[in-house]
Write a protein that binds this ligand. Sequence first.
Ligand SMILES: C[S@@+](CC[C@H](N)C(=O)[O-])C[C@H]1O[C@@H](n2cnc3c(N)ncnc32)[C@H](O)[C@@H]1O
Length: 317
Amino acid sequence: MPPDAARIGDAIRALLAQRASDASICPSEVARTIGDADWRERMPEVRRIAGALARDGIVLLTRGETVLDPDVPPGGPIRLRRGPRWDDARDVHDGARVAQNAPMKTPAHADRPDAPPLPASPACERNRAPILDVLRVAFASRRHVLEIGSGTGQHAVHFAAAMPWLRWQSSDRPGQDLGLARRLALAALSNAPPPLDLDVAQGPWPVPASGAPRFDAAFTANSLHIMGWDAVEACFAGLGAMLGDDAVLVVYGPFNVGGAFTSDSNRDFDAMLRARNPQSGLRDLEAVDALAARIGLRLHADVAMPAHNRCLVWQRP
Ligand SMILES: C[S@@+](CC[C@H](N)C(=O)[O-])C[C@H]1O[C@@H](n2cnc3c(N)ncnc32)[C@H](O)[C@@H]1O
């Protein structure tokens, strides 16, 4: 059985919490903490979980003074340090929110000896409950949702299961293999079909078969600050052509408001994103709202989420 992802994530955070805030740890220390004589066999999984935490900004992967891109599997030795969103992670693991912030889990099916573990994002595990609270209301009368940038598919599976009246169509860029198709296949939900290839900057956007209902809702999480601004513009242009007349759009993630960061951790996160890719970076809520207005979407709700994130809900007309 592969080592438990939650235990590894907890061990990484516990070891870093014991050290000075700028100290680093070696992944082998984590593997040894998990125990047993077979710690070397656990190293690939420790590195994979460290990569997932790095994508969420909870830790940094470093080599010397260089911060490594978590989307590029590092080949050589690495160390782990606290990342720009370390405090956010600690906050959401403290106190009353512990119950909804269950640590990362992989589905039971992935524990079969013949199946490699599914990539999993700890952030998805933490944010899915507060997002679902928003979606239950926003999508109460919706039928066909297109999700953009579905990543690992944890949101798709959770939301499709929790809102059985929806048909949840996930998608992501071709070649972005974070286990999306496999997670959906394992979940085998009748309302969550296999994912589509969709790069919002390239298209083609999904076209309903003749007579089939159009998408009347769209959702994306933590994607607008990853894609370049050109792609954000293309995303809204594509949504404009694809969504029906009474569509609802929900976007989750960190945003700047009034041209300013809303927290120090968001400022640090933005700096880390831009260091990795100058095209990435936190978006101004007002600039995104202007793109939405161009396609007839009116901002209906701006809901504060844990860890300085927001859920923005737009509606047509
Ligand atoms: C940080 S991940 C978020 C994944 C997932 N939504 C979540 O909340 O965990 C960013 C996602 O945006 C996707 N993405 C980036 N650029 C994109 C583009 N041009 N078209 C579609 N998806 C894109 C990535 O492939 C990735 O899945």
